[in-house]
Design a protein around this ligand. Structure first.
Ligand SMILES: [Fe+2]
Length: 493
């Protein structure tokens, strides 16, 4: 293995990075979660097996990776966004990682130390927050979305989407869609690759509590609608179908009493139903049809589509959003919130009768769902997800493939002490079937303290890795990912 000289190395005091208040050994700063302090480019990587020559494109994954330790308690979600990428080309692979240069990251870099406290501390004194007056640092650490030739890192509490070059991961700046974006942007916008549109929403603590919009193929905002909600909500994801958008009003709410005291706390209200707004893509509040369902919380949508007079939506539905701490730890509450317990769940919204039917498709704890991005909003047969490990912290011990037509499930486990990442579907060059391609995941081997990228045959997870690409740097456990096909990169050039 040849390590390429490390470039853009940022000098940091690692001992200070690891410092946590006494009695608060924060597991999300240790081991597989510990931030990395360097930005590197590396090619000529050691490969176990052979990288398929028909796998061409870029795998990107975002996640929290703080640069400067802030005073007070650290929450995993506080870390600055860092993108780890693997560029596959003709049987070779190149790794690189870069922080997202948000306004806050640049300000802290200029200062040489942290200027923001984390979400578990009082935000008073933080230089600035998001457009809704939430004084928390917008770190752009949550998702990474490819749209119109650019990579857009996003933030889970609604912030400024950033714009990166997909190959160099250089931050170009804030993405304003040619000056047409007013307000903030949620973590998981949806791209319809057939129409070239991007669908997003923005939410906040003051009316309008929810705004929904579309960026057109020319890269400017073409449609914005304010959607009425009874009170502030914390939606995380949305869905599209060929003709509709689906937004959520779920009974996980920000504690208003805590908010008045300047703190950020959320709670689950079991007395309220889950509500889903189905509206025409270019519709507004007057064209919304609301569908009610059992109280619950949903982080992530698998996909949605239309079937006759019904809208079908598959999601990962959280089994118990109450988040009761089950362990004794100074950070038990945070750890309980971060533990994710979800299951594959299907909703059917009947546009003729206005009724909802819902139920589980699997009992197991799977999340971070992916599909072939080209079938977003159209009926898909296959869905892929990570399997959540039975650990106190959030770790992914395997990948799962669901055949939504037959109900068949395939599994791959990374192995003892090996933890993976959200794994996008990467179509094989010239592939025609929906599952004709690969799943790509960063995996960190705790026992060998080494990270790698594992490539699996998406049609046969049980066969084990097609290849393993060993990396010269640890890739901490993180959040969301995307796959950019070579032809998309070509168009971007
Ligand atoms: Fe998410």
């Amino acid at each position: 293995m040849t390590k390429v000289p490390q470039i853009n190395r940022i000098q940091r005091d690692h001992s200070a990075e690891r410092a946590v208040p006494e009695g608060e050994e924060n597991p999300y700063l240790l081991g597989v979660y510990a931030p990395v302090g360097t930005e590197i480019d590396a090619d000529d990587l050691e490969v176990i097996g052979e990288i398929p020559r028909d796998l061409n494109g870029v795998y990107l994954r975002n996640g929290p990776n703080r640069r400067f330790a802030a005073p007070g308690r650290y929450h995993w979600f506080d870390g600055d966004g860092m993108i780890h990428g693997l560029h596959f080309e003709n049987g070779r692979a190149r790794y690189m990682n870069r922080w997202v240069r948000t306004a806050a990251f640049d300000a802290e870099t200029a200062a040489g130390h942290a200027l923001w406290s984390g979400v578990m501390e009082d935000p008073k004194g933080n230089p600035f927050g998001n457009g809704h007056g939430l004084g928390i640092k917008d770190s752009a650490n949550t998702d990474v979305v490819f749209f119109n030739g650019r990579v857009l890192p996003t933030w889970y509490l609604c912030g400024t989407p950033m714009s990166l070059d997909p190959l160099s991961l250089r931050t170009i700046g804030a993405e304003t869609f040619l000056g047409t974006l007013a307000g903030d942007f949620m973590a998981h916008p949806k791209v319809d690759e057939a129409t070239g549109e991007l669908f997003w929403f923005d939410y906040g603590p003051e009316p309008p509590y929810l705004r929904y919009g579309i960026v057109g193929p020319a890269g400017v905002v073409e449609h914005v609608a304010e959607i009425d909600l009874p009170a502030p909500r914390l939606p995380h994801d949305m869905a599209i179908t060929e003709n509709h958008a689906i937004l959520m009003d779920l009974p996980l709410v920000q504690d208003q009493e805590a908010r008045r005291q300047g703190r950020y706390r959320i709670h689950f209200d079991r007395e309220l139903p889950s509500r889903f707004a189905v509206l025409p893509r270019r519709g507004d509040n007057s064209s919304v049809r609301w569908f009610e369902a059992r109280p619950g919380y949903i982080y992530h949508v698998v996909n949605a589509w239309e079937e006759g007079h019904e809208i079908v939506m598959d999601v990962c539905r959280v089994k118990d959003p109450q988040h009761q701490p089950r362990i004794s730890h100074p950070l038990a509450r945070m750890l309980a919130y971060l533990r994710l317990d979800a299951q594959l769940w299907r909703y059917r919204f009947d546009l003729r009768t206005g009724t909802t039917t819902e139920g589980p498709r699997d009992d197991d704890n799977t999340e971070f769902p992916m599909i072939d991005s080209r079938v977003t909003g159209r009926r898909n047969r296959f869905g892929y997800a990570v399997h959540i490990a039975r650990e106190d912290t959030l770790l992914f011990d395997g990948l799962v493939r669901y055949d939504l037509h037959t109900g068949e499930r395939q599994d791959h486990r990374f192995g003892p002490g090996r933890w993976g990442s959200e794994a996008p579907f990467a179509p094989r060059d010239g592939g025609t079937a929906e599952d004709d391609g690969y799943l790509v995941s960063f995996v960190h081997d705790e026992r060998e303290d080494r990270s790698e990228v594992v490539v699996l045959d998406a049609a046969d997870l049980g066969a084990g890795p097609v290849c393993r690409i060993l990396l010269p740097q640890r890739v901490p456990t993180g959040f969301h990912s995307c796959w950019i096909r070579a032809e998309q990169l070509e168009q971007a050039r």
